[in-house]
Design a protein. Structure first.
Length: 319
């Protein structure tokens, strides 16, 4: 029965992922078309003749009804073909553009997430175990400060302090992990830290609250009365239950992580999907914006799907 329920839950969640991906793709497609600007002008310039603009529209089939354009793009996207770039890299396959930049974005995102999770696990646990003491007050105060700092503002502060001021890290540029993992860790530390700091603050507060709610529950008192060691009780009866809301929040914060990546990539000159999407939006490169947006959307949906499965595994009532 448990196996059947598990398979049914997975199938249901996958269906939800597919539906949300479809709705998100349609939203991005029609919002881009509703905005001002013409990709023909972006390529040909303001002095382009009406004939040249008409020829550009015909080449890219922009004169077809929007529903037909969307269906044409969607049917190709399902097969893994996002078409060619209109303006940013005219005629270049979009899959190649995203494929060359996606590892950089994933690396910075994963780097930031590792920093945020590591810091929050330590700070949240110490804060909960020393509830009401100076350590708890300091940790919660720093968490509030971290939540209030926008990533773009923190990026400039880090550049001014650690790059231009102390010269410890580079202020601009990025070494791809495929070229040098050590170089990527070094050059990507400041952008990852700028993204991670607000997330670490939010994770710390959530974990502290969840731990405090779990520490004094009846099953924890019973475990202590049976003579289990404090470390065993904390790991098996307190932390495991507290991780359910903590992991859920991590999944929800992936949206923030990707949004921060878009901004931070531009500030630090990282050749990632976020920076590519910004260039495509300014250049009215419709298919490239749609492909980048769908990449981010699928990333969020798949992470939330995995988080849901992890929470189900952590919940003792479902095991």
């Amino acid at each position: 029965m448990a196996r059947a329920i598990s398979i049914g839950r997975v199938s249901s969640r996958l269906g939800g992922v597919a539906l949300l991906a479809l709705l998100g793709s349609a939203t991005v497609f029609f919002v881009m078309r509703a905005g001002q600007g013409d990709p023909a002008i972006a390529v040909l310039g303001d002095q382009a003749t009406p004939e040249a603009i008409a020829a550009f529209h015909k080449k890219w089939m922009l004169d077809d009804p929007l529903v037909i354009q969307f269906w044409r793009w969607l049917s190709s996207a399902v097969m893994g073909d996002f078409g060619l770039s209109m303006t940013v890299a005219g005629g270049t396959p979009i899959m190649g553009l995203i494929g060359s930049r996606l590892p950089n974005t994933l690396f910075i995102g994963a780097y930031a997430l590792v920093i945020a999770v590591s810091v929050s696990l330590f700070a949240g646990t110490i804060s909960a175990l020393r509830h009401g003491k100076f350590t708890d007050t300091a940790a919660t105060s720093i968490a509030v400060l971290g939540i209030s700092m926008p990533d773009f503002w923190l990026s400039y502060v880090l550049v001014y302090g650690l790059a231009l001021g102390l010269g410890v890290f580079p202020s601009y540029g990025f070494t791809p992990p495929a070229q040098s993992l050590t170089g990527a860790l070094y050059s990507g530390f400041l952008p990852a830290l700028a993204i991670a700091a607000p997330m670490a603050a939010a994770f710390t507060r959530i974990l502290r609250t969840a731990l405090l709610e779990t520490l004094y529950r009846d099953h924890v008192r019973v475990a202590r009365s049976l003579g289990y060691r404090d470390a065993f009780v904390f790991i098996h009866f307190v932390l495991r239950n507290a991780l359910i809301p903590y992991v859920t929040v991590i999944g929800l914060q992936i949206r923030y992580l990707l949004g921060g990546t878009v901004v931070v990539e531009r500030i630090f000159g990282i050749p990632g999907v976020g920076a590519l999407m910004v260039d495509a939006a300014f250049g009215r490169d419709y298919p490239l914006v749609q492909a980048c947006a769908l990449t981010f959307l699928l990333s969020v949906l798949l992470v939330n799907f995995v988080v849901d499965l992890i929470c189900a595994a952590l919940n003792p009532r479902q095991n």
